[in-house]
Design a binder for this molecule. Structure first.
Ligand code: NOJ
Length: 740
């Protein structure tokens, strides 16, 4: 049976065919053309050059943003009128969307509505934690809820497609886009993918408050060599199928409406034109019937890849491979007509792509309800329910990395706060903040103010800047305790933000060292979009909070944790290295013949510790949990693990029970450990619960050297506990055999 990403009725299918029959070739190509409004005026030079100046430090961020305000945007009204545009990306504002829609529906020959796409990655105006942060909550319900609110706010502004979720597994923190996904683990990323698709789309994308999701970037973009954005990915097919493809398969099975291809080449073939990926796997094997969109400008970039000689060849190859929508390159618009005339592509192939775009528009309900109510958005943006969820998401995403007992903070302490990031609202939003506004976010200082707690604050050190010792001494003079805010600006992670040094920038570390010298107890709060290599900060801080870029309610969420109103429960979803040179680093690497050990001739760096700074799954809490009585039993469709977890501390808390497996013997080397299941359990002080986790039988399948999918068999070690170093173990013989 064909799997449908969304359904359209027989009647709608008839309407689609009737429309296609009436369309000229130009109008058909128009449906495949997705563009953004382009800037005109305001600058004497092009936007590209202006961006370069910003990058090179010739103008400040503030100057750049000021200039941008003076720019006029060309929304290409005449192209919409003549049916040359099928959809927009990056159109902001419900009035603008409605205005353009009126032109499409009322003034174009066939009245086909547009749809508007935007990168609503972690919220629209109410901004939730960046995905990497949110993934640390290990909370599928939360993943879904935040996507639902994001969809609601987006739909209210006329956006009916989000370019999310980003489900690229990433094992290299130098890659800036690690911020946009769920980290290094395939299983967790798959759970994240399913929850996000459910959240954005619900059961019917035609509903007013639902939008179409887009699984991106297909595929292996997170494996960019050296963590350098846009770089090639080169890997075995086994790794592709076992590590990078499963989240995308999960998205298809969850009914995702669209896919976006990735910029990179995979094993020498640009993903934009890979028939293997788009036809053999996505369409034929997985039966995906939604629309496939290229990444921005990627079809034109095939020329730079060196696999086509010009834009015409690029357009033909992309359409032939299965790209329905050309995002921004204009290659389709400028060339496909000639290709049809020359029979380099058939009109039927063109029709098939158009059909998929029209189906999406019907499924979104745009033919019946093309316009958006212009008043509904303002009532809901940042409303109480949405900000409450943002605060909850923020505190669940925080990971407590170190605590010598200083946290939670006792009352009546005199607090000093230092570091630029404690006072910068807009940096809280993180990368891809859609329509989020910096001035609407709660920074750390605001968090204290909301609790009526007065603190002495001095900036002392900018993220990239030099450290002012005199200011530090002034700020902390009378303080009992210091909160030091350090980390990265929002735009240091995300697209085009790869770094080869992922330590603390500027002189932030000097500031922490000075606090140590002054003998003041201090809590370091880190704001960042990737794992950071900060061994010194860990060593000298009394406590270390990983606060990521938590979004609109960042300051409140952090204060909830600082003052113990929330017992931290987040767990890392990407390994923290001791040093940038350890990247790529990930917990689920395969077994080597010389496992890491003190022995010289073992797999390790001579100048780095044997273990990472913090492993996958790691995170402290204000209480402690113990585990006992771990068993695994075979069930009809898989395995059921059971363990007793007890809260042995004095504070209630939520534990993330993590189950890992290692196959003792197989036809190919297997990971030393792989996450197979997890479950969150809330425990009052002294309370214990029996926790059950289910593992699907398919979880042990893998690919042999000839790329046959084989069933894992024989002895499997299972580990259960608090993180990926869990030591409570049982062994099970797959396909018969019981616990050791
Ligand atoms: C390029 C990015 O790679 C992609 O993730 C994004 O959706 C598009 N630009 C549109 O903004």
């Amino acid at each position: 049976m064909e799997k449908l990403s969304f359904t359209v009725s027989t009647d709608q299918e008839k309407k689609i065919e009737a429309l296609i029959a009436k369309m000229t070739v130009d109008e058909k190509i128009g449906q495949l053309n997705q563009v953004g409004p382009s800037p005109v005026g305001g600058f004497e030079i092009s936007l590209k050059e202006k961006k370069l100046m910003l990058k090179e430090g010739k103008i400040t961020k503030e100057e750049f943003e000021r200039d941008l305000e003076g720019v006029q945007w060309d929304t290409r009204e005449s192209d919409v009128r003549s049916g040359k545009i099928g959809s927009f990306l990056g159109m902001r504002g419900v009035e603008k969307c409605n205005h353009m829609q009126h032109i499409a529906v009322e003034e174009s020959r066939l009245g086909i509505p547009l749809f508007f796409g935007l990168d609503v990655v972690h919220g629209l105006r109410t901004i939730f934690p960046i995905p990497l942060a949110e993934s640390c909550s290990f909370d599928e319900n939360l993943f879904e809820q935040t996507a639902r609110i994001a969809a609601k706010e987006a739909a209210a502004t006329g956006i009916k497609l989000t370019f999310a979720p980003m489900i690229d597994v990433c094992r290299d923190a130098r890659w800036g886009r690690i911020a946009e996904g769920a980290g290094e683990d395939t299983y967790l990323t798959s759970r994240f993918a399913a929850a996000k698709v459910r959240g954005f789309q619900g059961d019917d994308i035609a509903k007013d408050d639902r939008i179409a999701a887009c699984a991106k970037h297909f595929v292996a973009y997170g494996a960019a060599i050296g963590g350098r954005d846009y770089n090639s990915a080169d890997m075995s097919l086994q790794t592709l199928w076992e590590t990078y493809l499963p989240p995308f398969k999960e998205a298809v099975d969850s009914g995702v409406a669209t896919f976006m291809t990735s910029f990179n080449d995979l094993n020498g073939e640009p993903c934009t034109t890979s028939k293997y990926l788009l036809k053999d796997i996505l369409r034929n094997k997985w039966r995906f019937n939604g629309a496939v969109i290229s990444d921005s400008g990627a079809i034109g970039e095939l020329i730079e890849h060196g696999t086509v000689s010009d834009k015409a060849e690029a357009a033909e190859q992309a359409l032939n491979a299965g790209i329905d929508i050309d995002m921004s390159s204009m290659c389709y618009t400028e060339n496909l007509k000639n290709s049809v005339l020359r029979s380099n592509i058939s009109e039927e192939e063109l029709n098939e792509a158009v059909r998929r775009v029209l189906r999406l528009k019907f499924a979104l309900g745009l033919f019946d309800h093309p316009y958006t109510d212009e008043l509904s958005g303002e009532k809901m943006y940042l409303c109480k329910a949405h900000t409450q969820l943002a605060r909850e998401a923020g505190r669940k995403s925080i990971v407590l990395l170190k605590n010598d007992g200083i946290l939670p903070l006792k009352s009546n302490l005199k607090i000093a706060v230092v570091g630029e990031l404690a006072a910068t609202r807009k940096e809280m939003l993180g990368t891809w903040a859609a329509m989020g506004r910096g001035d609407e976010a709660v920074c750390l200082l605001d968090g204290f103010a909301e609790r009526n707690i007065s603190v002495s604050y001095e900036e002392c050190c900018k993220v990239n800047g030099t450290f002012d010792r005199t200011a530090l001494e002034r700020a902390v003079k009378d303080a009992d305790i210091v909160i030091a805010a350090v980390g990265e600006y929002a735009d240091m992670s995300g697209e085009a933000s790869s770094l080869c040094n992922i330590g603390l920038h500027g002189e932030q570390e000097k500031m922490l060292s000075a606090l140590k010298e002054l003998g003041k107890p201090f809590v370091t709060v880190m704001f960042n979009g990737r794992p950071l290599a900060v061994p010194k900060a860990v060593k000298i801080s009394n406590a270390l909070i990983e606060a990521w870029h938590l979004g609109s309610q960042a300051g409140n969420s952090i204060c909830d944790v600082l003052f113990g109103d929330y017992n931290p429960s987040g767990r890392l979803t990407a390994t923290f290295p001791n040093h940038s040179g350890e990247c790529p680093i990930y917990y689920n690497h395969v077994s080597t013949g010389r496992p890491t050990s003190e022995i010289r001739h073992s797999c390790k760096y001579m100048d780095a510790p044997l273990t990472p700074l913090f492993p996958f799954g790691y995170g402290l809490s204000y209480t402690e949990y113990t585990y006992k009585d771990f068993i695994i039993n075979e069930e009809k469709n898989g395995l059921c693990a059971e363990v007793t977890v007890k809260n042995i501390g004095e504070i209630a808390g939520e534990e993330t029970v993590q189950l890992y497996a290692h196959m003792q013997k197989a036809k190919r080397v297997r990971p030393v450990r792989e996450l197979k299941a997890f479950k969150k359990v809330y425990l009052n002080p002294g309370e214990e619960k029996r926790v059950k986790l289910f593992i699907d039988r398919c979880a042990f399948q893998y690919y042999d050297m000839q790329m046959n999918l084989v069933e894992g068999s024989g002895a499997v070690d299972f580990f259960i506990g608090h993180d990926s170093t869990a030591s409570l173990k049982t062994v099970m013989i797959l396909g018969g055999g019981s616990n050791e």
